[in-house]
Ligand binder design. Structure first.
Ligand SMILES: [Zn+2]
Length: 577
């Protein structure tokens, strides 16, 4: 399919162009000086011409060029029109036909954890126990000075019964404590030394919202689920601030190279928030919308403390606007809260009663906060929706844009409740990635009826909900092109299974792009500033190596990010651009 512009589209483009001259920030004209304002405001610092610009604006035809002044977009239109904004000193960039899209926004990730994952022992690609043992053993041998062996990323599929044991880890690491966290961050695997140090014994009582897995005789197996993970995790030596800071700088640079201009931080403590603020101040290469950790019983004191942070961090570089909590766990560990039992029994592990959840959500809703709730099982999702609906009714509020994070196994009948209550579906584009863990553990743990309605991105769109895409990095990579490729094919990068897993839920490239830009901006109450390319919006955009919108879905994955621009400044430029 060619992308030549029809005469009608070209005419519309010119019409759209005509209304684009806006004063740059800080240049509001004084009364009676309008002509001068127009000429000054018309000069661009940078002009990008001869491209193909997907603006993300509904109804706006594709454009060819962008003019930038300061941190904002001055104009969007044809190359000839853009050149009219050139003056002495204006930089002109020839895009040579490349596709420009709004800067990518990751609607859900963990920046500190993701950044640390770039340097840690990673177990992601070890799909069998033998491969895991090799990786962990090599790492331990190469670091005899490390007091602990810690790592992350193992999948449930590497173990015949879906869960590992301390005996298996004792063989690999007999001499030191070892603590390995699953790829989703919801299950920990300790060896015997670590259990002993943490004083986890048959007498240990399961903490609320967690489980110490035990064998038939009642001895802990080394597997700790959800809140029980903390029994061991709190014994692991903390990183020094400068180590964390170094990792964070690296993570932010990586995010820019993936084309990200904004990320939504799904929960953060005060210490990490201060660290993040310092790093972003020194190297402003990313915008962060942050959610604080939710308080279970938010009294006036807790609300005042969080309110102070919201007031302090309110710039377009770092903005606190939400709180985030967990309603349930994950599918593979059978901790996601379900209406019907899992094969083998159990209906999951909700972290709250409905009444507790209602109370906390209503308190935050009343105080003007956006609430983000992790909910994966159909019962967990129903609990979150119910809490949001009740809070709006009790407080007489609307437009809070509360969010459900993950929305993995909703009942079809619950999908219309998102639109009706104005709740954003915050989903992760790589979650249907059909690897060994997905097909071998995730799908069988759900069973056929639930698997068919799991990760139903198309059904969520069809129900009229706003759907924001993210990665949940480090659960999956935050490389946006990989996420888009997964959402449009539902295959692995090798193309399996043929036709894709549950192919009826594949999206178009344009829908996937929208979820990573405009819809993610909506999910942070910022669609007026970013997520689309229009005059007056922040100059956040990326240049891609190929025209995603004209490609067969299976070739999307080969797309490279050539240039990332944040507020008019390059934050990433590929060597070949
Ligand atoms: Zn997460």
């Amino acid at each position: 399919m060619t992308r030549r512009m029809t005469p009608l589209a070209a005419a519309a483009l010119v019409a759209a162009w005509a209304g684009t001259a806006v004063p740059a920030k800080g240049e509001e004209a004084k009364a009676g000086q309008a002509p001068q304002r127009l000429s000054r405001a018309g000069q661009a610092d940078r002009i990008f011409v001869n491209g193909r610009v997907w603006t993300g604006e509904p109804g706006r035809p594709p454009a060819e060029a962008l003019a930038i002044r300061g941190t904002s977009i001055l104009a969007v239109g044809t190359s000839a029109e853009a050149r009219r904004h050139a003056a002495k000193g204006t930089e002109i960039v020839d895009l040579r036909g490349r596709l420009v899209v709004p800067g990518f926004i990751d609607g859900h990730l963990h920046l500190v954890g993701g950044s640390l994952s770039l340097e840690e022992l990673r177990l992601d690609d070890a799909e069998t126990f033998a491969a895991l043992a090799q990786r962990v053993g090599d790492w331990a041998r190469s670091r005899p000075e490390a007091h602990w062996v810690t790592g992350e990323g193992w999948t449930y599929a590497a173990f015949p019964d879906g869960l590992p044991s301390r005996a298996q880890l004792d063989v690999v690491v007999p001499d030191r404590p070892a603590w390995l966290v699953s790829y989703d961050g919801h299950t920990g695997w300790a060896n015997s030394v670590a259990l002993r140090l943490a004083d986890v014994t048959r007498a240990t009582v399961d903490p609320p919202g967690g489980a110490v897995v035990r064998d038939a005789t009642g001895e802990p197996t080394g597997v700790l689920k959800e809140s029980a993970m903390d029994l061991v995790a709190r014994r692991v030596p903390k990183l020094l601030p400068h180590e964390k800071e170094r990792a964070l700088r690296k993570g932010i640079a990586q995010a820019a190279a993936w084309g990200l201009t904004t990320v939504h931080q799904a929960g953060i403590g005060e210490e990490d928030l201060e660290l993040l603020a310092r790093v972003l101040e020194a190297a402003p290469r990313l915008r962060v919308y942050a959610a604080l950790d939710i308080e279970r019983d938010p009294g006036p004191e807790a609300l005042a403390r969080q309110e102070a942070l919201r007031g302090r961090f309110s710039s377009d570089r770092l903005r606190v606007g939400a709180v985030k909590g967990y309603v349930d766990g994950v599918v593979e560990a059978k901790t996601a809260a379900m209406f019907e039992p899992y094969p083998g029994g159990g209906t999951g592990l909700p972290s709250w009663t409905q009444e507790e959840l209602d109370r906390a959500v209503a308190a935050y809703d009343k105080a003007g906060w956006q609430v983000m709730l992790h909910a994966i099982g159909d019962r967990g999702i129903d609990m979150a929706l119910t809490a949001f609906e009740r809070a709006a009714r009790a407080n007489g509020t609307s437009g809070r844009r509360h969010r459900i994070e993950h929305v993995e196994v909703p009942r079809p009948a619950d999908l219309p409740r998102f639109k009706a209550a104005g709740v954003v579906a915050s989903t992760q584009a790589m979650f249907p990635y059909p690897n060994r863990n997905h097909l071998g553990v995730y799908v069988p743990t759900l069973g056929p009826e639930r698997a068919r309605r799991a990760l139903a991105f198309k059904a969520i769109d069809d129900a009229g909900a706003v759907q924001a895409f993210g990665s949940d990095w480090p659960v999956f990579t935050a490389e946006v092109v990989r996420g888009i490729a997964c959402a449009v094919t539902r295959t692995t990068v090798e193309g399996a299974p043929a036709g894709g897993w549950e192919p009826a839920q594949r999206l178009t490239v344009e829908a996937a792009l929208r979820h990573f830009t405009r819809d993610a901006a909506f999910a942070e109450h910022a669609e007026g500033q970013k997520g689309t390319l229009a005059p007056g919006r922040l100059a956040d955009f990326v240049v891609l190596s190929q025209d995603l919108l004209a490609l067969p879905p299976e070739r999307v994955k080969d797309t490279k990010v050539l240039l990332t621009v944040l507020g008019g400044q390059d934050t990433w430029r590929a060597p070949e651009f």
